[in-house]
Design a protein around this ligand. Sequence first.
Ligand SMILES: [Zn+2]
Length: 364
Amino acid sequence: MRRVALALCCLTVALAPAMAAPCPGNPKALGTARTITVEPSAFPRIGTVQYRNTLPLNDREVVITFDDGPLPPYTTRVLDALARECVQATFFLVGRMATAHPDLVRRIYNAGHVIGTHSQNHPLTFDQMELPRVEREVTAGIASVQAAAGNPKAVAPFFRIPGLARTRQVETYLASKSLSVWSADEVADDWFRDVTADDIVRKAMERIEGRGRGVLLLHDIHPATAMAVPVLLRELKKRGFKVVHAIPAGDRPRSVPELDTPVADSGSWPRVVKTSAPAMAERPVTAALPRPPAARPEAARTQVASRTTTISVARKPPHTTGATTRHTANRKTTAAAPIRTQTTIQRRAWTTTWPRPTRHTYWR
Ligand SMILES: [Zn+2]
């Protein structure tokens, strides 16, 4: 009898990691179904957008990743949405953005997400730069994010090349530094001009349904993405998808020291004037936020308005990841039921041209 009890106890322990923990305050949460450990030696290159290999996911499992942040208030909105659904994700941070917002870097980590890096300045020319400059971008980016996090061990050996502008030389260098190179299995085109939250949710779901699983790439620096994430998570739950959290091997600190959110100045970039969107209303932003160092002279003025939401933001054109939609051309897509976000975003008055996606070699 005692043996049976012991066996049952061990079985319970063995099964425990596969069962999502209850989500406080949200019994219907999507949750995080399981974790997988990613060793750079076992997974040097990840993502079928560009590579033959990706993470070992089961059918209807997704890994959610965000690039280019942190940037308030959008990263903050994304973190709120993930927390409500008890979903854990991976954030590929840009070094200079991390230096500007170390409080957000630490909040990301302490919420249980994984932090990877995405270069120091996000140049879209990794496929054209001399190797010494690539090295400087990679090492400075890691150093900045580690300093912002307050503990080098809080930063995973995961790297996403800006604009996905891979070359064999860059990949060889990253492998020599024991870094996993993350591409993606699905993108949602959330860096495109005039994309709406509805577009992002629809494209993400179509492509995830088409492949049945995968690593999804989003950008937490865009208002439309911040508004799409709560809807996307509910849609994943509705369609029976499960979220997998990819974590690095080895010891990680349980948490890093929190930093106070800096007092925002006024009149600078970006600024949320007013919002009534449910996804944003829980943490209304009334103050302007500081200008990030990455702001460029061609900063655009975007006017975002809708029936239920009025947001006025001054922002530069988002980084393009350069991931064209070529890879989706031959991909089977499933007709999806219409997805309604709670807000509709319309953008007007763009004053700059959009960065053009760079070319990539797929299926090497
Ligand atoms: Zn990027």
